[in-house]
Design a protein around this ligand. Structure first.
Ligand code: CTP
Length: 148
């Protein structure tokens, strides 16, 4: 990596890859030169979201790796973004703004500031989520787009 390149970092489960994920990754890449994306392991998703991902880790990581807005994909087996900074030395941490008011994320803002690292909350895409997609599939029942 060149010395003055801005390294960005973001992480997530990225299960059932959807437009909200793509918006977040594209907007993150617009604000840095080199985007590192942490993909959450199946075990950590089970622990933190209390549900199993539909798409296994090995496949989620391949999907994220194939995106042109992503420069490097790494494993996220620990939620701690300060530990991730120690590993990857990023300059900006990105997240959807659904996390903005959470205590955990406010803690990251405070701690990372000491290292001159900023945290940017990008607009969450309200129309979709992995949970919404899971529910839609569950309720599908042979109906397409509400037409019976
Ligand atoms: N994200 C977003 N807009 C969405 C969904 C997610 O901007 N509609 C962002 C999140 O804020 C996070 C990243 O994408 O920074 C990864 O989120 P993830 O938890 O993998 O996706 P969700 O679809 O929110 O998953 P779930 O419904 O299981 O919570």
């Amino acid at each position: 990596m060149g010395n003055n390149k801005i390294i960005g970092y973001t992480a997530g489960a990225f299960d059932l890859f959807h437009i909200g994920h793509l918006n977040l990754l594209k907007r993150s890449k617009e604000k840095c030169d080199y985007l590192i994306v942490g993909v959450t392991t199946d075990d950590l998703i089970e622990k933190t979201k209390n549900k199993k991902p539909v798409i296994p880790y090995e496949e989620r990581i391949q999907i994220i790796s194939a995106l042109k807005c992503v420069d490097k994909v790494v494993i996220q087996d620990d939620l701690d973004k300060v530990k991730a900074w120690e590993k990857y030395n990023y300059n900006i941490l990105f997240s959807g703004d659904d996390w903005k008011t959470s205590e955990r994320w406010q803690g990251y803002v405070k701690e990372l500031k000491k290292h001159n690292v900023s945290v940017e909350f990008l607009p969450y895409t309200k129309t979709t989520s992995s949970t919404i997609l899971q529910e839609t599939i569950k309720n599908f029942n042979g109906n397409y787009g509400g037409i019976k």
